[in-house]
Design a protein. Structure first.
Ligand code: ADP
Ligand code: MG
Length: 504
């Protein structure tokens, strides 16, 4: 099992972070968020901790103490600020959607006056809005607070509420213990609170009951909800190391690292691994192995579609990348899979390319994240052409290790035949696997799989069973890439010899 202690630390630290901003006498704090309710919740908790009153203002209700009656005549923004100036003692003032009024000269001036006065007291104004565009005078007086997405602890609260509400209103039988609630919350991580609760309600209604399958249904629903983000695509964990032939050293390395996620390993002082880069010959299981890590470790898997960074959102790319990386952090523990990483970041090394500037910035975003991030996200990157990657990415300390996947040797080829025959419902013992392995020297795993697929066609149309002879005929009729592209493969090997660890 994976420890979720990092999640618990994260929520504590969010509250601590905001409390610290308030406590250290920052007069204006700006929060860019659409999750107002969540912010109110967090501020309420902080206000209780600090023993200060919390006021909220919106243009429809005016200024009011939380849970209290509105103060008469404070709906006008300017009037609200005048009233805030009159209120004595420590306090927190949450001004909802206030950014839009700050362009007005008088309001801007009043806010700055208040900021000056607040600097010597423990009084803070928190301005929230889905997107903040503050005039520079205000922006320079204020500190931003990054709210981020809710983690499992915060979501668990909502899950409990939704379950209670559904069992009351829809008469659903809900018998969930703390562990199942926790699991639901973990499966919803990555979504905003509202979105998460909507997803949960939808799944509950569709199933008609809160049964054991609910957690999986929620996970599937989340996958499709997150898909809309475009960049980060949750992937089903349907492969593990049992599906990978060879790559023994890589698998051993990964198996050892898994312990760093367990509570025992953490107590022992194991440092969570940050990631591997898997490079090498095409069709030999790089992408497969990267995907298999999540299945093997039993944690979330999402693919970062690096190609999509260049698509349509010109100018938005770095922001989107940053968002996707932050999102992955919220889903931790997870494996973040970047397939063929050179496609997104390769041209960063070469100038003159039209995309070079952009990929340089994207690379910087990725490297900064790789450097600064907390543990919990394991980056599994693959590359078909590592020599195209910028050297910064390969520097020590970015990836824990760089592995090179070569063409399979005879033993691994035999294992590949056995594995893929079994996958197609054939009894591997009925085939001369050693002979097949000997005949397929220079074949990649993908080409072996391909030979079996082709052999099945041949057998079917001949109304025969698949046999060793049919497979041998397919093998002899195939020119593997290692022959047709011998030059390239030699180059890849040469390059890797001094820079990477053999995966087998
Ligand atoms: N070592 C291997 N073990 C099992 N299957 C393999 C292996 N190598 C390749 N294959 C088969 O070939 C397919 C393509 O491999 P892939 O991982 O995409 O290669 P790469 O990313 O190295 O180009 C895999 O989905 C798998 O079915
Ligand atoms: Mg691949």
């Amino acid at each position: 099992m994976i420890s979720s202690s990092s999640g618990a630390a994260a929520i504590g630290s969010k509250r601590d972070e905001l409390r610290l901003l308030i406590n250290s006498r920052n007069p204006i704090i700006i929060v860019e968020t659409a999750e107002e309710e969540r912010l109110v919740h967090l501020l309420t908790a902080i206000a209780v901790e600090l023993c200060v009153p919390l006021y909220a203002w919106s243009v429809t209700t005016g200024l009011a103490r939380i849970e209290g009656a509105p103060i008469y005549g404070t709906a006008e923004p300017e009037q609200a600020l005048a009233n805030i100036a009159e209120i004595r003692g420590d306090a927190i003032f949450l001004l909802k959607d206030f950014a839009r009024y700050c362009d007005n000269d008088k309001i801007c001036r009043r806010l700055r006056d208040l900021a000056d006065a607040f600097r010597s007291t423990r009084r803070s104004i928190v301005i929230s809005a889905p997107s903040l565009n503050l005039p520079p005078e205000i922006a320079s007086e204020s500190v931003p607070f990054a709210f981020g997405l809710p983690d499992a602890d915060e979501l668990a609260r909502g899950v409990k509420q939704v379950l209670a509400e559904m069992s009351r209103d829809q008469h659903l039988t809900v018998t969930f213990d703390a562990a199942s609630i926790r699991r639901l919350a973990e499966n919803l991580a990555g979504l905003k609170v509202e979105e998460a609760m909507r997803t949960l309600r939808k799944c509950l209604l569709a199933r008609g009951e809160a049964d054991a399958g609910l957690a999986d249904a929620v996970m599937d629903a989340k996958r499709s909800a997150l898909q809309t983000e475009g960049l980060l695509e949750p992937v089903r964990r349907d492969v593990s190391f049992a599906d990978v032939a060879g790559l023994k050293r890589l698998r051993e390395w990964l198996t050892k690292r898994h312990n760093a996620f367990t509570p025992e390993g953490q107590r022992f002082g194991l440092v969570p691994p940050k990631g591997v880069l898997i490079t090498g010959v095409q069709g030999c299981g790089k992408s497969l192995a990267a995907r298999a890590v999540a299945g093997e470790w039993g944690i979330e898997l999402a693919r970062l579609d690096a190609g999509a960074l260049y698509d349509k959102f010109v100018g938005e790319s770095e922001k989107r990348l940053r968002k996707a990386l932050d999102l992955s952090q919220k889903m931790a523990p997870m494996v973040l899979w970047i397939d063929e990483i050179e496609k997104a970041f390769a041209s960063a090394g070469t100038s003159g390319d039209a995309d070079a500037g952009l990929s340089q910035r994207l690379l910087a975003t990725l490297l900064t994240w790789m450097q600064d991030r907390e543990g919990g996200v394991f980056l599994a990157a693959t590359s078909n052409n590592i020599s195209a990657l910028p050297p910064e990415m390969l520097r020590k300390g970015r990836f824990d290790e760089i592995f090179f996947v070569d063409l399979p040797n005879a033993d691994v080829r035999a294992a590949l035949f056995a594995l893929h025959l079994r996958k197609r419902g054939r009894d591997a013992a009925a085939f001369d696997v050693a002979k097949l392995a000997a005949a397929s020297e220079g074949f990649s795993g993908a080409e072996i799989e391909q030979a079996i697929a082709a052999g099945l066609y041949t057998a079917f149309s001949a109304k025969a069973q698949l046999s060793t002879d049919i497979l041998l005929a397919e093998i002899h009729g195939t020119q593997p890439l290692s022959v047709t592209r011998a030059e390239d493969i030699r180059g890849v090997r040469e390059w890797a010899k001094s820079r990477a660890v053999a995966a087998d």
